[in-house]
Write a new protein. Structure first.
Length: 392
């Protein structure tokens, strides 16, 4: 048993030992209650002694015995269930908390506490349908408690039931005052992506509008909007949406640039594309806009100009990908020694294969492809391209 478990027992059971004596003394006659107080108190301290000697199983059995002797030890029984759950004995926790929740003599506060514990047991066991039922019952029992909505958000997120997740996130925000706009924005984007995949353009646009309402700087909403506009034959609208998304958070520029440059090419606005890339080179320290701009310079002004531009930029923002592009330009420009440059390029390519392209800025999870929800820590919007990553 770790120190946290021991601390929980001391916090709950030491005061309970003293309280048990007072309650029993108030309830019974002095002649026989003294013996009962002594018996319960002795059992409590025997249990604590087991904890100190790292014998939690014996301690649990004693405290269960106390709970059977005195049905008013509600807090003791709830805490026992919590400890069972922490130890991985979820079935025992469920049985204990189920029995508590079914008692007819509980106050409303105790009923809420018992149901909350039972719902958490079900979640730990992976019984999400039962947990959903319990937390919905809890929300109806006490409409002021945010805990039920917090757990329901997690359940509906796992089940990808985005409408219900959005509803409960809104209720949680109302009850706690905690801003849920970014999370709701992600849920609305999930709906938008689903509608877009099904060819439902108007419902997708409505979901995007709601995402912007929840989170005005929603980058993902801008990316989806750009794709929708491009698919609808409106490249100018796609450009506006994608540029807005890039300005909201330039860290996502490597995700945005391929579609943005494609739409610029569709309308033939090379000058507009160059101007935007120059702007991003000033505001974004990654290599993506530099590489894209170097390619445009190569097409319009020649290999030598592109090589000079890239070499100058790499002095301020050294990058493995930038080095690889510079080697390509040097080879194309006939720079010597060619064999050395070819060797350097081979080494650089090998380094690129092994490195992740994206990383979660919360838990450090690395990935080769982008995820809106981190597969490791489950946070939304934290997996971003590395600064030296480019897809163009």
């Amino acid at each position: 048993m770790d120190w946290l478990d021991q601390w929980m027992w001391f916090v709950i059971f030491v005061p309970s030992a003293a309280l048990a004596g007072w309650v029993i003394g108030r309830r019974g006659g002095e002649q026989h209650s003294g013996h009962r107080v002594s018996k319960l108190s002795t059992t409590y301290f025997r249990g604590l002694n087991y904890l100190l000697n790292e014998q939690p199983d014996k301690a649990i059995e004693l405290f269960l015995h106390i709970a059977e002797l005195d049905k008013d030890t509600f807090e003791t029984q709830v805490a026992l269930g919590h400890l069972f759950r922490r130890r991985g004995e979820v079935d025992r926790a469920i049985r204990l908390h189920q029995a508590l929740a079914l008692r007819s003599d509980l106050s409303d506060t105790q009923k809420v506490q018992a149901l909350s514990a039972l719902g958490e047991d079900y979640m730990r066991a992976g019984l999400l349908d039962r947990a959903e039922t319990v937390f919905n019952d809890l929300a109806q029992l006490d409409q002021r408690t945010p805990l039920a909505h917090k757990h329901l958000i997690a359940i509906y997120q796992s089940e990808r039931d985005w409408e219900k997740a959005i509803h409960n996130a809104g209720r949680y925000e109302q009850l706690t005052g905690e801003t849920m706009g970014k999370l709701i924005g992600q849920f609305e984007c999930e709906l938008a992506d689903r509608h877009r995949a099904n060819g439902e353009a108007e419902p997708a646009r409505a979901a995007i509008a709601r995402a912007y309402a929840a989170d005005p700087s929603a980058v993902r909403a801008g990316i989806i909007e750009g794709r929708l506009e491009a698919e609808a034959g409106n490249p100018q609208g796609a450009i506006r949406a994608l540029e807005r998304a890039a300005r909201h958070d330039p860290d996502y520029l490597p995700v945005i640039l391929p579609a943005l440059l494609e739409n610029y090419a569709r309308v033939g606005e090379r000058s507009g594309a160059r101007a935007f890339l120059s702007e991003m080179c000033e505001h974004y320290r990654g290599i993506s806009p530099v590489l894209a701009l170097a390619k445009m310079i190569e097409v319009e002004d020649g290999v030598g100009a592109a090589r000079s531009f890239l070499a100058q930029q790499l002095k301020d923002r050294p990058s493995v990908r930038g080095e690889a592009a510079l080697i390509d330009l040097s080879l194309a420009d006939g720079a010597e020694p060619t064999s050395t440059l070819q060797d350097l390029k081979l080494i650089t390519d090998q380094l690129l294969v092994r490195n992740p392209s994206y990383r979660c800025n919360r838990c450090g999870f690395g990935a080769r492809s982008h995820h809106w929800q981190c597969p490791s820590c489950k946070e939304w919007g934290t997996v971003k391209p590395l600064l030296n990553y480019a897809v163009v």
